[in-house]
Design a protein around this ligand. Structure first.
Ligand SMILES: Cc1cc2nc3c(=O)[nH]c(=O)nc-3n(C[C@H](O)[C@H](O)[C@H](O)COP(=O)(O)OP(=O)(O)OC[C@H]3O[C@@H](n4cnc5c(N)ncnc54)[C@H](O)[C@@H]3O)c2cc1C
Length: 383
């Protein structure tokens, strides 16, 4: 019998394998992954420095341990080059492997901005454990890090670097940190608390160029400011990895399009995680992966199960300013109602009838999460 093949060993790939094995211990299973195949929790990458955790402490299980735990074959450092949906096979260069069902858990790429300068290729991104290993090595003996992007990942790294003894300067075209998640008053609190840690912010400006200047990198901003840095880290957003699916003729939009059974436009190919799009939504966070993995594990185990997503608040790992967000659905009609004090900011997004559609909580207001979360509408209701 041909195996179920899972492409990708991130939280999506390994969690669907774990969920399948709860119901079905025997169906042949293979995980193929371009990276080292270690099991790790990606969110730990942006709070490891403060805790002085080296990359080796972040990898929780080796690929060999995962293979034995999952009764699966794990092929690490192996990049699948194409998928043939008609033949039910994946290609690794000249090698072809047949599958019974295929799961795409391919993740997303960090977006790279077109930045000029003779050191533009020195700009790094941290999107997996291997990237973090390189970042960790570069940081050795170095102090100054310029971060392009003040979103969730940029702000988390700024907090972590500052607590870990580094100097972080953050650049963003927006007027505040976490601009897509927080109204201005919440952004102000994050900005001030991280500033008190030593983070320097540059808002309302893009990054023009990065050049090497003796031993430092010179980062020139659109507003004329020049920052000297040892490392430039870009964190400006993610782009789902759709190329394999697109070349295989599957339906893709922003992400790989799936239905409520998490099936792509080919009934034997499934997708979940950062590469997936469902009902117009791309949700690059851990909780959607856990819900999708449970539903898909059951479906692959012979019990077809449609996925549903409750409201899934995200904790932003900026300990200097604890922050929890549950943004309203894209395009939702309503307005922010904000109560701000020195201790915290409570921002509620409500519609014209007063119904809660989303929230953003900072500082002491995070204590209200447990009370507010059950009032939120589900992201995708049970069908
Ligand atoms: C620094 C950072 C902090 C974060 N913090 C949080 C947080 O606090 N809370 C939260 O909810 N979310 C957080 N996220 C987001 C969350 O971590 C991701 O949504 C999640 O880890 C994505 O998992 P994934 O398995 O879909 O993708 P990935 O982990 O990216 O896995 C993709 C896999 O596909 C493999 N692959 C790709 N192409 C091929 C190919 N052609 N052949 C074979 N294998 C291939 C890769 O090698 C990899 O194993 C954070 C993200 C980052 C970068």
């Amino acid at each position: 019998m041909n195996p179920i093949i899972i492409l990708g060993s991130g939280l999506a790939g390994y969690n669907v394998a774990k969920e399948l094995r709860k119901l079905d211990k025997e169906t042949p299973l293979m995980v193929i992954t371009a990276d080292s195949g270690s099991f790790y929790s990606k969110p730990m990458l942006s709070n490891a420095l403060a805790g002085k955790k080296p990359p080796s402490a972040i990898a929780l299980n080796s690929p060999e341990q995962m293979a034995s735990q999952l009764n699966a074959t794990v092929r690490a450092t192996t990049r699948v080059t194409s998928v043939n949906a008609t033949a039910h096979s994946v290609q690794i260069g000249d090698e072809s492997l047949s599958y019974s069902k295929l799961v795409l858990a391919l993740g997303a790429d960090q977006i790279r901005l077109p930045i000029a300068g003779n050191a533009a290729d020195a700009i790094i991104t941290v999107n997996d454990l291997d990237d973090f290993g390189r970042f960790h090595t570069l940081l050795d003996g170095k102090k100054r890090v310029a971060i392009i992007g003040a979103g969730l990942i940029g702000s988390e790294f700024a907090n972590d670097l500052a607590v870990g003894g580094h100097h972080a300067e953050v650049i963003d075209i927006a007027a505040q940190p976490l601009g897509r998640l927080l109204p201005p008053q919440g952004g102000d609190m994050v900005r001030e608390k991280l500033k008190a840690l030593g983070v320097v912010w540059h808002f309302g400006t893009g990054t023009k160029s990065v050049d090497r200047d003796d031993s430092a990198l010179k980062v020139t901003l659109d507003n004329g400011t020049v920052i000297s840095a040892d490392i430039v880290l870009s964190a400006v957003g993610l782009k789902p990895r759709v190329a394999l699916a697109q070349a295989a003729g599957l339906k893709v939009n922003r992400g790989i399009v799936v239905n409520r059974q998490l099936q792509t436009s080919d009934a034997d190919i499934y997708a979940l995680g950062d590469c997936m799009e469902i009902e117009g939504l791309v949700m690059p966070y851990v909780m959607p992966i856990m819900h999708a993995a449970r539903a898909m594990g059951a479906t692959l185990g012979g019990k077809p199960t449609p996925v549903s997503f409750p409201a899934m608040p995200v904790m932003v790992k900026t300990p200097a300013c604890p922050t929890i967000v549950s943004p309203p659905a894209p395009g939702a009609a309503g307005e922010w109602q904000v109560e701000a004090s020195a201790e915290g900011v409570k921002s509620l997004f409500v519609d014209s009838s007063g119904k809660l559609l989303g929230f953003a909580l900072n500082g002491a207001a995070t204590a209200e999460r447990a009370k507010l979360a059950p009032q939120l509408p589900p992201v995708l209701a049970v069908t």
